[in-house]
Design a protein. Structure first.
Length: 369
């Protein structure tokens, strides 16, 4: 008997998956650290969400509502949706995985874009399907490239809109053109994790497209603008038939009680949400202008982060900047895994963090120019 037969072995393809690597959090030896690597809101969650979280601690002995009805009703009320078309999950990551588990299998293909969220590829491969990566144009999803890649094996298309780590978005007219030219059996997944931040007249998160079609779903998250990343809360809006299919395979208590309560309180507090969005827009504009004034190229962003490109000096400038900024306590996200070897992604931070980051970056550029 071979050695391989003497121990459990993952099914073919699993060990070919590159594990997701989150943004770093620590700067050893630095007294004060500003984490700007994970696109977390610097203003935290709504005080009402914190209050709801604390109240949930009074009943930790009880199982959560397996249907997350309180949260689904809150989402439905804010967005004008039917609760039957909503499913909540342990972050949108779980929901993306369920989609792949239910609608993909061996021999199927799913299309992703070259700078798309790395979790798409992981979940596609975990389902036994094949990811097909297409080029973007100027760091933006290119509909024509996607349509050119569609074959009779294509079963799903993933669009992060806005994109991460680029921060760019696709106008609704292009999303509709994409959908109109996809086969009816292909699922179009619109990942709108950063939708709340977008202030463009030609942008739509996907609600209308989902409402009028049988093969479109939209995923959203509470980890960004609502500040509940620690609780892992996501939701999906889709045709009732698809929601029913996903419900059949999800865990029976996939969302804990504190997450349900805090999520419901957070989304109902739209006044606080708008405060977060306004703060973000102010600093998005200011940071973009100041970075450009330093001679750096910044991909135009509609989100709560910026993709900063460094001058090509031996292909190591971003890595050098990352090391220098980390030594000063400013932790950004290296994005080599997304195809940007000479760029860093910066989350919009507190006023103190943003100002300090700019000062540290000026020091770095002056030292290495």
């Amino acid at each position: 008997m071979s050695i391989e037969m003497m121990k459990p072995v993952p099914r073919p393809g699993i060990l070919d998956i590159a594990a997701y690597v989150p943004g770093k959090e620590h700067a050893p030896g630095v007294a004060k650290v500003y984490k700007l690597s994970s696109n977390e809101t610097p203003l935290g969650p709504s005080p009402k969400a914190i209050e709801a979280f604390r109240a949930a601690a009074e009943q930790l002995e009880r199982y959560p509502d397996g249907q997350a009805m309180e949260l689904r009703e809150a989402i439905a009320a804010v967005h004008g949706l039917n609760t039957a078309n909503l499913l909540c999950g342990n972050g949108s990551d779980e929901l993306l995985g369920l989609l792949c588990q239910v609608y993909l299998g061996a021999g199927d293909e799913a299309i992703i874009t070259e700078h798309g969220f790395l979790v798409y590829k992981i979940q596609i491969m975990a389902a036994g399907a094949t990811p097909v990566t297409v080029k973007e144009r100027e760091q933006t999803v290119d509909v024509d490239q996607i349509l050119a890649a569609v074959t009779n094996k294509t079963k799903m298309v993933f669009i992060a809109n806005p994109g991460n780590p680029t921060g760019t978005y696709v106008p609704v007219s292009e999303i509709r053109r994409l959908h109109a030219n996809l086969p009816k059996n292909v699922v179009l997944v619109l990942d709108a994790a950063y939708a709340e931040y977008v202030r463009r007249n030609d942008y739509e998160a996907g609600v209308e497209l989902v409402s009028s079609n049988a093969n479109v779903v939209m995923t959203r998250t509470f980890s960004k603008v609502y500040g509940l990343a620690a609780l892992r809360v996501g939701w999906i809006y889709g045709p009732s038939e698809m929601i029913d299919a996903l419900n059949r395979v999800r865990g029976p208590f996939n969302l804990n009680s504190a997450a349900i309560a805090a999520g419901a309180a957070a989304i109902r507090d739209q006044a606080f949400t708008q405060h977060v969005v306004a703060f973000n827009q102010t600093w998005l504009d200011r940071l973009t202008a100041e970075l450009q004034a330093m001679g750096l190229r910044v991909t135009p962003s509609v989100t709560n982060f910026l993709l900063i490109h460094f001058p090509d000096l031996d292909g190591k400038r971003a890595a050098d900047a990352d090391e220098f900024l980390t030594s000063r306590g400013y932790i950004l996200r290296a994005v080599r895994g997304y195809g940007f070897a000479n760029a860093l992604r910066m989350s919009i931070g507190t006023e103190e963090a943003n100002i300090g980051f700019l000062q540290a970056l000026r020091e770095f550029l002056g030292r290495t120019a």
